[in-house]
Design a protein around this ligand. Structure first.
Ligand code: 6PG
Length: 254
């Protein structure tokens, strides 16, 4: 994998991944709250993190999280209203937010309206870039999350950075809209400069259908736009949580 300095954690199944990753999340939250009185986190969407969000809502884990200091953002989103079945915000609300004492003013949905159209996508992206100006910044001036969660699609995309899309070249904006041809869909996503500068990245990859691509990603010596996750996965700030099914083709001796 490109510059492999990532921390690798492999567990027997996706439930174990979720419980261990939830403890890691809680510990990151406590650490940031103790150091700077605030925890800035960006969540990922898709199916894999659902179990983790459910874990965070369980009393034994939720009770260890300083919710009054948590500021919750999203890494990417579909261009749909927040109650739409495809909305990442809706998934997070149902599995986590409805069950924990997080102040509403500290929840930052990425997209509030739209019907898969360009105008709404562009507006949402520029409004969210403004909103990110509330975050602390990295040494070179980019908004900086304490913890940023990501997944990986079977094509090697992460957040809404899909293979060969123009968003991969973005070096000015922290958030942009992007049209994904193969999904015929508009998405809004954090861009690479912001993702790469998060203090800690938590990548959750589970399932048999991810194994082939993950092997390819691990065997790729340099980042490539054909598999956008290669721009991130080897970084020293990455904690990679895998289940056995996704990790089954990896050579762990390297
Ligand atoms: C999203 C994502 C996306 C996701 C991968 C993996 O909003 O869909 O953030 O990048 O992490 O597509 O999704 P699964 O967990 O559903 O396989």
């Amino acid at each position: 994998m490109p510059n492999s300095q990532a921390h690798l954690h492999v567990f027997s199944d996706s439930q174990q991944v979720a419980s261990q990753a939830a403890l890691f999340w809680a510990q990151q939250a406590r650490q940031a709250a103790a150091q700077q009185d605030a925890f800035y986190v960006a969540l990922s969407g898709g199916a894999t993190p659902r179990l983790l969000y459910q874990q965070l809502a369980q009393d034994d884990v939720a009770g260890q999280i300083p919710w009054q200091q948590v500021h919750l953002y999203f890494g990417d989103e579909r261009v749909v209203p927040p109650d739409h079945p495809d909305s990442n915000y809706r998934m997070v609300r149902e599995n986590l937010l409805d069950h924990v004492p997080l102040p509403a003013s500290q929840i930052h949905p990425m997209v509030l309206q739209g019907n898969n159209n360009e105008t709404s996508a562009r507006r949402a992206a520029s409004a969210y870039a403004q909103e990110l100006q509330q975050l602390p910044t990295s040494a070179d001036g980019w908004p900086q999350f304490d913890l940023l969660m990501l997944g990986m699609g079977a094509d090697g995309h992460t957040a809404s950075l899909f293979p060969g899309t123009t968003i991969l070249q973005e070096q000015q904006q922290s958030v942009t809209s992007v049209y994904v041809d193969k999904l015929e869909a508009w998405r809004v996503s954090l861009t690479l400069p912001v993702i790469q500068r998060a203090k800690t990245l938590l990548l959750l990859i589970c399932g048999d259908d991810k194994a082939e691509r993950l092997k390819q990603v691990f065997e790729t010596p340099a980042p490539t736009d054909d598999m956008p996750i290669t721009h991130i996965i080897g970084q020293a700030n990455v904690h990679l949580y895998l289940d056995q099914a996704a990790a089954r083709l990896l050579d762990m001796t390297k």
